[in-house]
Ligand binder design. Structure first.
Ligand code: MG
Length: 286
């Protein structure tokens, strides 16, 4: 008896729920008739681009997004700076590399790449402006994204942390306090040159500072010197990554890089629409 009542109650509930859902569907179809899913012809045809893609390689990611993926080249894991020219003139202690005498420069060279690097401004801060926690990451040994204690000090906008030096400020200032660790995740596209060394396509950079996008596919105007306008010079397809000595004991840790390249595909046939057994090239479709 009790069972029977429960079933009846459930049936009544389902019936009412069905009515409510029916009303909702009717209202939605009136307000948005384009998305009427009862029109089966709208979903039967499939667009195919005709490209035969290579299968993306599998890459095992790190435990966290700060840890190097399986295909990364480790540039500094806290042990030594053997991967760098001049590394013996910087101090490595407690898993951290501290700016010493002169820039360091990777022995290996890289083209288009994804670079992860962590850095910490000196604590307590000393100096002002460009003299406060200044270093820099140079892609291809030439193009600087600024490292500076922009938590403690002000400077010209296109010289602060995350700036492409003298070209653009970062979109926002995502600095952590001196002594805390900052992260740059950088996606770098090399400049390309024609056979006569004129510029074919410029360099681009996207950068994420502590999880915040600060540069979004920014087009570089050339190199980043202090004393003259930027200019491009063909220095080859690849170059080292270097870290600046600007006289401040900035600390670095956990540096790794991955070379990146676009996935390849072959246009095996023209794009077409498949509808059952019928295939219609896009160009011929009215
Ligand atoms: Mg600098």
């Amino acid at each position: 008896m009790i069972m029977s009542q429960r079933i009846q109650c459930n049936d009544i509930y389902r019936t009412r729920l069905g009515r409510v859902l029916g009303y909702c569907a009717a209202i939605l179809s009136l307000s948005n008739p384009v998305h009427d899913i009862s029109d089966s012809s709208a979903t039967a045809a499939e667009y195919l681009n005709g490209v035969k893609w290579e299968v993306p390689a599998k890459v095992s990611p790190g435990k966290t997004n700060a840890d190097p993926p399986a295909d990364a080249t480790i540039l500094f894991d806290g042990k030594n700076l053997d991967a760098w020219h001049n590394g013996n003139r910087w101090k490595v202690t407690d898993g951290v590399a501290i700016v010493g005498q002169g820039e360091i420069r990777t022995k290996e060279e890289f083209g288009d790449c994804q670079l992860h690097i962590e850095w910490s401004a000196p604590n307590p801060p000393t100096g002002q402006g460009q003299g406060c926690g200044n270093s820099g990451i140079f892609l291809m040994g030439t193009y600087e994204i600024q490292v500076l204690d922009s938590y403690s000090t002000d400077t010209y906008a296109d010289g602060q942390a995350g700036a492409i030096y003298k070209q653009t400020p970062p979109m926002v200032n995502a600095m952590r306090a001196p002594g805390e660790w900052n992260t740059y995740d950088i996606i770098w596209t090399c400049p390309r040159f024609n056979d006569d060394n004129t510029l074919k396509t410029p360099a681009y950079i996207t950068a994420i500072h502590n999880g915040v996008v600060i540069l979004n596919h920014f087009e570089l105007k050339g190199d980043t010197p202090f004393h003259r306008p930027p200019q491009y010079e063909n220095k080859g397809d690849k170059g080292p990554i270097s870290i600046q000595d600007h006289g401040n004991p900035v600390r670095f840790r956990n540096i790794w890089v991955r070379e990146i390249k676009p996935i390849q595909g072959e246009q095996a046939r023209e794009p077409f629409i498949r509808d059952g057994d019928k295939e219609t090239p896009i160009a011929a479709k009215k």
